[in-house]
Design a protein around this ligand. Structure first.
Ligand code: SF4
Ligand code: SF4
Length: 187
């Protein structure tokens, strides 16, 4: 299992087009229910093998969103008022309430979250692989493949599990007859 962040970033760049091709393969060839079941099974084994407390790459590379209830919880953990918390650490987000104002997250201490028990839901649920509708969120998955070793390894293992053929162009093929869910039907 690859846990090396530098190697993962390099492979993300090299595999960018292939990752989109694989997404198209999944859309056209695999039953979405089977995808969700398989992703969740892989997520359990990969997550168990990776220690987030020595990684923290998501805390360095992303800016999680906070709903109002998250802001109150974070403020309480920091012993600040809600207004002070917003002013010091957050920016208003046009769509989704707030996000942390800086990268890395201002609440990251080394590779540990300084308010772990009170961290926002967006942080505790990251990388969101245990949710239904993997395909619906798969654009985000391709972005997160670069950042998160869990996502990277799950996505790579998914390619192997479904016998994905890197040589076939699933995006460029305009013939709808070519996409018949053949893998699913063959099983
Ligand atoms: S609040 Fe904690 S878990 Fe969330 S990004 Fe900041 S350091 Fe990471
Ligand atoms: S969720 Fe992913 S990026 Fe974040 S700490 Fe865990 S392995 Fe690293």
């Amino acid at each position: 299992m690859n846990k090396d962040l530098k190697s993962i970033a390099e492979k993300a760049e090299a595999n960018w087009a292939d990752n989109w091709n694989f997404r198209s393969f999944l859309q056209h060839e695999i039953d979405p229910v089977v995808i969700d079941e398989t992703v969740q099974e892989l997520n359990r084994t990969v997550s168990a093998a990776i220690d987030c407390t020595v990684c923290a790459n998501c805390c360095r590379e992303l800016q999680p969103h906070l709903e109002e209830k998250d802001v109150w919880r974070v403020a309480s953990a920091l012993n600040l008022s809600v207004m002070q918390t917003k002013k010091r650490h957050l920016v208003k987000d046009p769509d989704r309430s707030y996000r942390f104002s800086t990268k890395p997250c201002p609440l990251l201490s080394g590779t540990k979250c300084s308010i772990y028990q009170a961290r926002p839901t967006d942080c505790s649920e990251y990388p969101h692989l245990n949710k239904a509708d993997f395909l619906g969120g798969s654009i985000g998955v391709i972005e997160n493949y670069r950042v998160c070793p869990i996502v990277f390894n799950v996505y790579e293992q998914l390619k192997t599990k479904f016998h994905y053929d890197h040589a076939v162009d699933y995006i460029g093929d305009s013939d709808p007859e070519a996409f018949t869910g053949s893998y699913w039907k063959k099983r």
